[in-house]
Write a protein that binds this ligand. Structure first.
Ligand code: PHB
Length: 394
């Protein structure tokens, strides 16, 4: 029988090996500081709840990965953008110049996001847009360092135009806030609706984020179109849907909209929203294992039901993770990282989607009908709809 006796020189060797391993991992840790993520979202104003849902969704995905992406901790820096375009450049520069973030995730409001895209382009900071649909972001302002996990304004507008034409409506009026998201969504609606044989009689607008709808509702009542198309979201959408009903219009002139009109808002809209038809790239009742797992975890963690904004935040993190995985967490290999992000097939709770050459989701637009507090999927308005990416040269 032979026995191994540890001699002092064995111990020395073991200690030296342990030390070497320790210092190697210390060097590794030093070379891999946390990824600095700048969250620029609304925490106040009509879109405040939307900002919260995006942040929750983003953090849920990171938590599912054990709190790290490709071995790197995530450090958050936050700015409340108040959905105020006038403050947008100063706000985004807090993240770019003061906090020196690696990547910005934001925002909800198209006007704010346009300023962010310009600043990101100028400074070559990575930007992932988890909501704002401003067409220019994946149009003339498109860039390798800008990626969207949500939609372009044109997309849900177009899908709703297809739906309204299919329903046989001929004369429409539109109503929205007078800013990029409202105007571009109406443009998409008009394009599809008129291609389908309809005519938009009049475009009604009011300034963002005003909610004094009465005069405009009176005009709708007097013109009696076959259908009204609306783009509103957040607190403004709650008030609009309630006012439309209170004016007695819900039963006489059908109201359709991009799904933001009823997403994350149904508890507050109650009876006024019942039966409304919308289109969107997310819906309740998808009933896939992927969506169910996402929703169960979200509801448990946040004591809230997820909505489209939560999904877009979750997918922003997924897209970032796929890029980081391709370069083993080495954020400096930017070209390789972006190339991987561009090719990603995102396994989203909404259903799988890819990114276009302009970095915008190519995705299905569901038809949804409000039942109780759910936007239940009843069909698909347009399958695999790409944004036209007009003016994007990349
Ligand atoms: C936008 O400003 O682009 C915007 C805001 C809220 C939405 C959708 C789009 O729900």
């Amino acid at each position: 029988m032979s026995r191994v006796h540890f001699q002092p020189r064995h111990l020395c060797l073991a200690a030296a090996t342990a030390l070497a391993t320790l210092s190697a991992s210390a060097v590794h840790a030093q070379a891999q500081p946390p990824i600095k993520v700048g969250l620029m979202l609304p925490a106040t104003g009509t879109f405040a709840a939307l900002g919260t849902a995006i942040e929750n969704g983003f953090k849920q995905y990171v938590a599912e990965q054990g709190g790290k992406l490709s071995g790197r901790e995530i450090q958050y820096f936050k700015v409340d953008d108040e959905s105020d375009p006038a403050k947008a450049t100063d706000n985004v520069n807090k993240l770019i110049k003061r906090d020196n973030v690696d990547v910005i995730v934001g925002t909800v409001h198209s006007g704010v996001a346009l300023a962010m895209a310009r600043a990101a382009k100028e400074s070559n900071t990575m930007l992932i847009v988890p909501n704002a649909g401003a067409d220019a972001i994946t149009g003339p302002l498109c860039a390798p360092n800008i990626i969207r996990s949500s939609f372009s304004n044109w997309q849900p507008g177009f899908a709703t135009g297809v739906l309204a034409a299919q329903k046989g409506y001929k004369r429409a009026m539109t109503i929205t806030w007078n800013y990029a998201a409202g105007n571009e969504t109406v443009k998409g609606f008009t394009e599809a609706f008129e291609k389908g044989g309809g005519k938009v009689l009049k475009e009604l607008t009011l300034p963002f984020p005003n909610v004094e709808f009465q005069a405009l509702l009176t005009e709708i009542a007097s013109q009696k179109p076959d259908v009204v198309f609306a783009f509103f979201a957040g607190g403004g959408a709650v008030k609009f849907v309630k006012d439309y009903d209170a004016a007695g219009l819900r039963r006489t002139i059908p109201l359709v909209g991009s799904g933001f009109l009823t997403d994350g808002t149904l508890a507050a809209q109650g009876a006024s929203a019942q039966g409304l038809l919308t289109t969107l790239h997310y819906a309740d009742g998808l009933d896939t294992p992927r969506d169910t797992a996402f929703r169960t975890r979200y509801a448990t963690t946040y004591k809230l039901q997820p909505d489209v904004y939560a999904v877009q935040g979750y997918d922003a993190a997924q897209i970032l993770a796929s890029g980081l995985a391709a370069v083993k967490g080495d954020f400096k290999q930017r070209d390789a990282m972006v190339a991987a992000m561009r090719k990603v097939n995102v396994d989203s709770p909404r259903g799988k989607f890819t990114l276009s050459a302009a970095h915008n989701p190519v995705q299905d637009f569901y038809v949804r009908e409000v039942k109780g507090e759910q936007n239940l999927r009843t069909g698909v308005a347009v399958k695999v709809l790409p944004d036209p990416a007009r003016g994007c040269k990349m």
